[in-house]
Design a protein around this ligand. Sequence first.
Ligand code: SF4
Ligand SMILES: [Zn+2]
Ligand SMILES: [Zn+2]
Length: 332
Amino acid sequence: MDAQERARFPRAKYQREVPALVNCSTCDEPAVVDQPYRGQHVCRSHFLSSVDDRIRSEFHRQLPRFSGGTVAVALSGGKDSAVALAAAHRYFARRSTVRLVAVTVDEGIDGYRSGTLEAAERLTARLGVEHRVVRAESELGMTTDRAAAELPDTVPCSFCGVWRRRLLNRAARDMEAEVLVLGFNLDDLAQTVLMNLVRGDLDRIGRMAPHRTRQPGLVPRIAPLAQIPEREVFLYARLTGLPFDHGECPHAGRAARNVFRDVLWQLEEALPGSRQALLRTREELLERVASTGRAGAPRSCRECGEASSGELCRSCTYLERVRLPMIPTAAP
Ligand code: SF4
Ligand SMILES: [Zn+2]
Ligand SMILES: [Zn+2]
């Protein structure tokens, strides 16, 4: 990684490098990465095959008895979704019953989305995968940048993430997709579990991907990179030459997730394997909730009709909040 790339990933630990002259734990080749959670160093070829194996086994585990149909892949243009799309393309390549479609959401973020969109287009063209772009401006009449200006006290990721999920789900449902593939990596998922544990929000832990069942109106989401740490996703994308964009969203610095990312890195340094343990905790919680029959069915939002845990979905709640200041108040 060169100095320019190091500067672009100020918070990431992609740059932790393997000491020179350390060999692979399996063969005599020089190691390219360490995997403290496995107590191993791995060379290029063992690293690539270990990533491929873990992704393939997640596809098997998360998509049992899949007989075919449309598979939608959320493609942001960043490293994670690029690896997820390439993996899905390889995994389904020999199945003539599968139609693969990449979906990119353009949230309307100046100076960020154009680069990721371009990378997404290069990747889909290279793989020969159908590509759809969904724009928040035309679908919701709102963009993340405008909402961020209207709601200066709200962290933009709260509404941006909710709207993106809604647009991805709607696009996947419109194309009658059986499943929506997301590029969430091990760090993303472990952070989400930790965040919701700290908030005491077990319902949201239950609703996060990967999904076990199909709920009305919701295309089940799967996360085949669930066992791949973020820095390994980055290294894999680099070593395999996948086109992806390195840019960072200008709103990312305000995300609450950053705190959990830092805490999790410290935890992982001190106790390798903590991220995998958090994912196992989630599985265990889901088992227990399922056995008590307490998992509540989603309702329909009174405004948009989409699945919602309350009367009004979070997407509409934020849209209302943004639009409220624009409604002229009655004269006294
Ligand atoms: S960092 Fe936040 S605001 Fe930026 S694209 Fe991601 S969710 Fe949206
Ligand atoms: Zn090796
Ligand atoms: Zn709604």
